[in-house]
Write a protein that binds this ligand. Structure first.
Ligand code: SAH
Ligand code: MG
Length: 204
């Protein structure tokens, strides 16, 4: 499983992926949800944990790529564009990745704009991973949309948190600070740019 995760396309260094997996394994129970699946790399780390826990991972992505994945941006991969549509489509690669990892029974793909889905979401979450759009508006909206669903005792993980602006964009760091400043979350661990927090009180 670890080899499959490391071989999968995406943006998750091995040490951070293992930390993500371990955080999910130690979570409160109840379903796991990730915002931002791309080609399924983080979904393997989380899906393996979900399977061990006897629960599922909801893997939410519109599969059209973030701003930073579009043509001309830093993280663009041209072969992920659907030429018939002229837009990115990571869903076929995601499906293949999850199939090959043997996780089709555990990873539930939800093809959706995360805030649109969030407006209709009612299921409490034991674990949330935020790794969707990293611009100011998407990151703060994902925070406001999804963090209220995390149960007390549940886990919030945020990717691409860079305390030093020289290392990367601010919004993931800003929502990490928001969680801590809300006093609803306490930090559990930090591995690379991954932050693991535990909910200790309601609110955001
Ligand atoms: N976790 C992945 C990387 C995610 S990249 C890995 O392990 O490799 C960020 C993803 O967020 C992209 O696939 C993009 O399509 C998705 N995304 C960005 N904005 C979104 C939105 N509003 N709704 C759903 N998905 C979104
Ligand atoms: Mg990321």
């Amino acid at each position: 499983m670890r080899a499959a995760a490391e071989a999968a396309r995406g943006f998750m260094p091995p040490d951070e992926g293992l930390a993500l997996h371990d955080a999910a394994l130690a979570s409160a129970g109840g379903p796991l949800l990730e915002v931002g699946s791309y080609c399924g790399k983080s979904a393997i780390y989380l899906g393996a944990a979900a399977r061990s826990l006897g629960t599922v991972l909801f893997a939410v992505d519109h599969h059209r790529g973030s701003e930073e994945n579009q043509a001309g941006w830093e993280h663009h991969e041209p072969d992920l564009v659907d030429p018939a549509v002229g837009k990115m489509d990571t869903l076929p690669v995601f499906r293949r990745t999850i199939h090959d990892a043997g996780l089709e029974g555990t990873v539930v793909a939800i093809v959706a704009d995360a805030p649109t889905l969030g407006r209709h979401w009612t299921t409490p979450l034991g674990f949330l991973f935020i790794d969707g759009g990293h611009g100011p508006e998407p990151a703060h909206r994902d925070y406001e949309t999804w963090v209220p669903h995390v149960v007390v005792g549940g886990t919030l993980t945020i990717h691409d948190v860079f305390p030093d602006p020289a290392d990367g964009g601010r919004p993931p760091f800003e929502i990490y600070r928001r969680a801590l400043e809300s006093a609803a979350f306490e930090e559990v661990s930090a591995t690379g740019s991954l932050r693991v927090l535990r909910r200790v009180a309601p609110g955001i």
